[in-house]
Design a protein around this ligand. Sequence first.
Ligand SMILES: Nc1ncnc2c1ncn2[C@@H]1O[C@H](COP(=O)(O)OP(=O)(O)OP(=O)(O)O)[C@@H](O)[C@H]1O
Length: 124
Amino acid sequence: MNGPINIPKALRSFRYAGVGIYNLFRYENNARIHLMACIVVIIAGVFFKISPVEWLLIVIQIALVWSAEAFNTAIEKLADLVSADYHPVIKIVKDTAAAGVLILAISAVIVGGVIFIPKVLLFF
Ligand SMILES: Nc1ncnc2c1ncn2[C@@H]1O[C@H](COP(=O)(O)OP(=O)(O)OP(=O)(O)O)[C@@H](O)[C@H]1O
């Protein structure tokens, strides 16, 4: 370690990360879709009075998907900077990054289904 913890620097990092979160939901279509899905899930969670463990699973899934979306967007932006023209490697990079989001989105749908489908069926 190079000395005491630099609190102002840490706070600046938080601010930059906050700007990143704002930009993600302000400008990225897929991130907005995930945000809307998250709002629907939270409303459903409150409505069906899901348990604390179920809330924790939902929170983890939301964090995983948002986080993957943030990394995917960062990779896309970097790829666009590296090569604005079509490039087969950029295609692999972008498709692979998108695959990371899709894998976690499928996991979130499965977790959501396991939690909510029985409650919805009981409701009707
Ligand atoms: N420069 C490129 N070279 C090769 N393939 C590309 C390139 N740019 C995009 N693609 C292909 O098009 C797909 C969509 O890319 P794009 O950057 O438009 O992502 P997106 O998911 O539409 O996100 P956004 O609209 O937020 O930028 C990529 O997954 C990739 O297959």
